[in-house]
Ligand binder design. Sequence first.
Ligand code: S3P
Length: 426
Amino acid sequence: MITFDKCSSFKGTINVPADKSITHRAIIMGAMTDGVSVVKNPLLSRDTMATMNVVQQLGVNIVNERSRLLIHSEGVKKFKEPYDILNCDNSGTTARLMMGVLAPSKFYSVLAGDPSLLRRPMARVINPLAKMGADIRSKNNNTLLPATVLPSSLKAAEIEAETKSAQVKSAVLLAGAQLEGVTTYIEHTPTRDHTERMLKAFGIKCENNNGKISVTGGTFSQSRVDVPSDFSSAAFYIGAGLIFEGSEIVIENCGLNPSRTGLLQALKELGVNIEYEITSDEVEPVGNIYVKPAQINGGKISGEIIANMIDEIPVLAMIGLFGKAPLEIRDAKELRVKESDRIAALINNFKALGAEIEEFEDGLKIYPLTKEPEKATLLAYDDHRISMINIILAKKFGVKVLMDNIASLDVSYPDFIGDLLSLEVK
Ligand code: S3P
């Protein structure tokens, strides 16, 4: 069992690690480009290493200088048939985006991953790619990994979103970018748009007309990507800063893409105004976030905004424990198929703290804690984001909160504990 000492507040300035979603896309598009692409300030984590390993098996060379990656490739048309399975480890983004990249290939490849990834739904990406002509066969009637991508001829098509998922959209766009003509993806609920922005940076024509996202097949041209800090990692400091009295946290150089910052909007609906400023806006908006404790009102967060805060819902739910009134989160069924069933994980852990919680298939209602827990054991569920929430709660209540383990922080934020503790005021 792991315990943490209690602290009173968090103060100081923090630069959180680089954005995971953007790093994956930069490695993938760098690999698809003939020449040397540069990724400045990449996230080096288990998930992004999985993407690097996969493209390396396709014949791409990556020089990892830590503060930048140099991606040497002959381009996607020269990818080589891999000798072995492509292990995507714990990373859904790697598996789903690479399925789109590989769908038009003329060779045989197999995508697989760790036990958590092997449980995650893949039909959402296999089906739209099949509509474009892809020949992908996978376990459990084409719903789970491992998936075999067979040589096939794809055609540009119009695909309508059936799942609110940037990963599915990205798979279709990355396949479409390799085909003659225009592929259109119709999205009813906007999801993160890093792929669209980066395709343009790599010289591929990509336009969004009211949710109709069109990509014109073409050749990727060399680019330099400067990866901002990850708003999803910053969210843990937003949560901590709000619930620890006397905190004052500045998060610098953080990605503030509006398709990712739904948490800020949700907090506004709960009466919390988090200040931020955008300091540059080239491919992606970047800026600073200023966090201080505030009164958190109750309310209901649901609808379109959920897609723009899908990875931040654990943080929002944690904040709900410290609100003035109950917080209901709905339309978040996707949380059931992340690295863990996050709805179930949050509910079990919050109940262990003594909170009253209502469960819905698509969300949860959190009643604020009425007293400090006497003793609670929080489980990690093998999920990096659940682990980070547990660590913050352990800092809040001290040794009364025990943890079974600290799962896989290396997936997105290897130094989370050190960074968080560097801000603690005892
Ligand atoms: C991601 C999209 C989201 C998110 C995941 C990363 C991406 O998944 O939860 O952590 O990089 O495109 P979905 O698009 O499947 O919701």
